[in-house]
Write a protein that binds this ligand. Structure first.
Ligand code: ADP
Length: 393
């Protein structure tokens, strides 16, 4: 089935056109700076060159029209697109699984938008535009939170007053669910009956872990929002919640400034003082920069701590899988996290760890108590497979 996957942000729109049978990507790209000066579309075709088309994109509707035009010009008959999958960041209490777009399900995306205002409103608008422009193509909502929806109550509930959490729908929703689901699927394909309790480690510029037991999510590190849990590129992850009050009361920061500080100016960027990108920090640490080394040491420490928290959710684990930008590419970061877990029998093979590949692979030694894998994630394919399941039959 030919599926177009759309990942819309407030000023950007990523797209990927792929075939669910072969997994082959025909084309992908990114509309940037929508509604801002200097907008453009970066586009790439199978086996082709990357191109950058500078074009006015006053709104998302224009951007989507351009995407279809570009695909047509590239020789892909857009009439052959059989479904559109929309990544939705926050599914709230409505999406235990992916759903076909109807007036009702689209309304839910807007209803829960206050939990993720920067994303959900734009995503809902884009879904509406696709329905209007291409009424014959079915649309599917794939929420990033769905996979975490059924974690046990003791894992999702916050110890705040019940009337407050009920009124404002406060709970752990998690994120990266589509990626964690894909990582489980690929791990299961590779290991078969040898995997039951997996700690899935999605380590990109955003990062989260999931405790997955026989395909069911038991806990995850992100919370009400994606700020919780691990130290990330620019996000601080878990800190004492009273820090927020202290910054406002004593530091004189507004609540919006604290929000920006914790989401955009913290994490590896703040610790290293130079960059949010692990490659720059690695180079810094090699030069002997103590702040870069501390950024890495803290990343290893927090990640290994939270891996043990995920293990507790399953009363043990047999496998852990590294994924996303850092997890797939940085042998240094993988080795650093594994070293922290050496005390409990995690051993990775330095040679296997150095291998670069797009395939899922085992990097632990034969005598490691826990199997350690690298599993490249593919959220777009997972979204497209959901579209196929819901619309294909
Ligand atoms: P997101 O999708 O959350 O934006 P990604 O999963 O693409 O993030 O991860 C991006 C991060 O992965 C970069 O910021 C960088 O730290 C890291 N990364 C990407 N490529 C490499 C590499 N070759 N070596 C080390 N780190 C890498």
């Amino acid at each position: 089935m030919n599926v177009l996957v759309i990942n819309a942000g407030s000023s950007s729109l990523k797209y990927q056109l792929l075939d669910t049978t072969s997994g082959e990507v025909f084309a992908k790209g990114n509309c940037e700076r929508i509604g801002i000066d200097g907008s453009f579309v970066g586009h790439e075709e199978r086996g082709g060159e990357k191109s950058k088309l500078e074009v006015a994109l006053p709104d998302h509707k224009t951007a989507i029209k351009h995407v279809f035009e570009i695909l047509d010009q590239a020789g892909f008959d857009t009439d052959k697109i059989e479904g559109i999958g929309h990544r939705v960041v926050q599914g709230g209490w409505y999406f235990p699984e992916s759903k076909v777009v109807t007036d009702e399900t689209l309304g839910w995306v807007r209803e829960v938008a206050p939990l993720a205002p920067l994303h959900n409103y734009a995503e809902a608008d884009v879904i509406e535009i696709c329905r209007e422009l291409f009424p014959s193509i079915g649309n599917v909502i794939v929420a990033d939170t769905s996979f975490h929806y059924n974690i046990p109550e003791k894992a999702w509930r916050y110890a705040l007053p019940r009337d407050v959490v009920d009124k404002l729908h406060i709970r752990k929703y998690g994120a990266h669910g589509t990626s964690h689901r894909y990582i489980w699927r690929k791990t299961k394909e590779l290991l078969g009956d040898d995997v039951h309790k997996l700690v899935s480690c999605h380590l990109g510029s955003g990062a989260s872990l999931s405790a997955i037991e026989d395909g069911h999510d038991m806990d995850t590190t992100m919370g009400l929002t994606p700020l919780d849990g691990l130290i990330m590129g620019t996000r601080c992850g878990s800190i004492d919640p009273a820090t927020v009050c202290y910054l406002v009361r004593e530091g004189g920061y507004t609540i919006d400034e604290v929000d920006t500080m914790m989401n955009k100016q913290s994490g590896l960027l703040a610790l290293s003082g130079i960059s949010s990108d692990s490659r720059d920090i690695e180079a810094g640490a090699e030069r002997g920069d103590a702040n870069c080394q501390m950024a890495f040491d803290m990343f290893y420490y927090r990640t290994s701590q939270l891996i043990m928290e995920m293990a507790q959710a399953m009363h043990g684990f047999d496998t852990m899988a590294f994924s996303a930008g850092i997890g797939e590419n940085s042998d240094v970061m993988r080795a650093g996290v594994a070293k922290e877990l050496e005390w409990m029998g995690v051993k990775i093979d330095p040679e296997k760890n150095k291998v670069r590949s797009d395939e899922p692979r085992v990097i632990s030694t034969d005598d490691s108590k826990i199997r350690v894998l690298v599993v490249p994630t593919n959220e777009e394919l997972m979204i497209a497979l959901d579209v196929e399941e819901l619309l294909g039959k």
